[in-house]
Design a protein around this ligand. Structure first.
Ligand code: HEM
Length: 272
């Protein structure tokens, strides 16, 4: 359907992407094969995501089951959507808590109040208010995904503009998250306090201003999981270390699929 507007020009970059895509596909295929054999021989149960996807595959296509190609695509989606996004959230949080040590202190106080020196548990994680405010503010200023691509497949009217089929649209998460009309005059400042009354109360006059996890039917399915991972990690770090940026850090956000610090995030840790 889209071929007429997506002609393939074999540049070096595109050839490399194609080769990497093939390599990742083969890697996933070999994991799937191993898992299928384990399920058949009764060595593995289907109590995780891959198991559930394979169960759907084994039911067969006559019952709307997934093909192995579908399963491979779903595995790739979960891995890339879940791994890289959470990794850059963690990196930016370390950077911002180093730049704003007063928030690092507040976050540590909260973590020690909730867990002491004990291992973070699920109940306690859901009570971390300051840490949650910080993570939302980091996601606002440095959203791992900076825009959402959409393709019109039929004529569609958005506001006053009518788009024909085949138009590529980009929902600019980064711009929305930095818009002073939505967030107020301090939109470009790091101020986790704005999330003190929750996400929907943080935007001045717009329910959907915070777009880091997308919105609507395709909203991120792993947002709670990603936030729990991040809270777990920061609790463990804050309990044990204080940290600051190395003088060699250069602030240079760059979009390479996700929004990354171009020259990395060299940090110095001090054991508490
Ligand atoms: C901080 C971390 C994360 C951020 C910022 C993030 C962001 C997003 C965004 C913006 C979308 C919408 C894409 C679109 O509408 O085109 C999305 C979709 C998705 N995310 Fe996340 N994500 C994160 C973590 C995760 C994790 C941990 C998982 C899985 C374990 C995950 C799995 C997915 C999946 C499967 C979709 C596609 C949902 C669909 O199309 O129905 N994400 N994510």
């Amino acid at each position: 359907m889209l071929n007429h507007c997506r002609r393939f020009l074999p540049t070096e970059g595109k050839k490399r992407i194609k080769a990497l895509n093939r390599e990742v596909g083969e890697l996933v295929r070999s994991i799937i094969k191993k898992r299928q054999e384990e399920i058949k021989s009764g060595k593995a149960s289907n109590d995780n995501l891959l198991g559930l996807l394979l169960e759907s595959n084994m039911k067969g296509s006559q019952q709307d089951g997934m093909t192995i190609e579908d399963v491979i695509e779903e595995c790739k989606l979960f891995y890339f959507a879940g791994q890289e996004t959470t990794a850059v959230l963690l990196t930016w949080t370390m950077i911002l808590l180093s730049m704003h040590p007063e928030w690092q202190v507040r976050a540590r106080e909260e973590v020690l109040r909730v867990f002491g020196k004990n291992k973070p548990d699920f109940d306690g994680l859901s009570r971390l208010k300051i840490v949650t405010m910080i993570l939302h503010e980091v996601l606002r200023l440095y959203p791992p995904l900076t825009y959402l691509p959409r393709h019109t497949y039929k004529t569609i009217k958005l506001g006053d503009v009518t788009y024909p089929p085949g138009v590529l649209l980009r929902m600019p998460i980064l711009f929305l998250n930095h818009d002073p009309e939505i967030w107020g005059e301090d939109a470009s400042e790091f101020n986790p306090e704005r999330f003190a009354q929750g996400v929907s109360n943080a935007c001045k006059n717009h329910q959907m201003g915070f777009f880091s996890f997308g919105g609507g039917p395709r909203i991120c399915i792993g947002q709670n999981f990603g936030l729990i991972e991040a809270k777990m990690l920061f609790s463990a770090i804050l309990q044990r270390f204080s940290f600051e940026l190395s003088p060699s850090y250069a602030h240079a956000p760059l979009i390479v699929m996700t929004l990354v610090p171009q020259y990395g995030a060299p940090l110095m840790f001090r054991r508490l």
